[in-house]
Write a new protein. Sequence first.
Length: 95
Amino acid sequence: MTKATGQDHDMQLFIELMEKYGITYSVGGGYVWAGGHGLLDELIAKLIELGWDKDLHQVKEKFGGLRFYCGGLTTEQMAAIDEAEAKSYKICAIY
């Protein structure tokens, strides 16, 4: 068995993170670049702490930053997402 690299490896890390928190998502509904998984892990933990129902629509990288889409959020939860998205611009991936 060969080790996954690049996007395959990043997708595997994403899947493992979703399983860790028991989050269901649509196939193709999530991807985070290398280096962004720690930030995503922190964000999900914070959202769950704030009462998030784990209804995830999509996660992706766009224009060098994290995008985290879900519905029915409180003001505190939206602020946590905004903070993580802003923080994501300071993280880079090196392949």
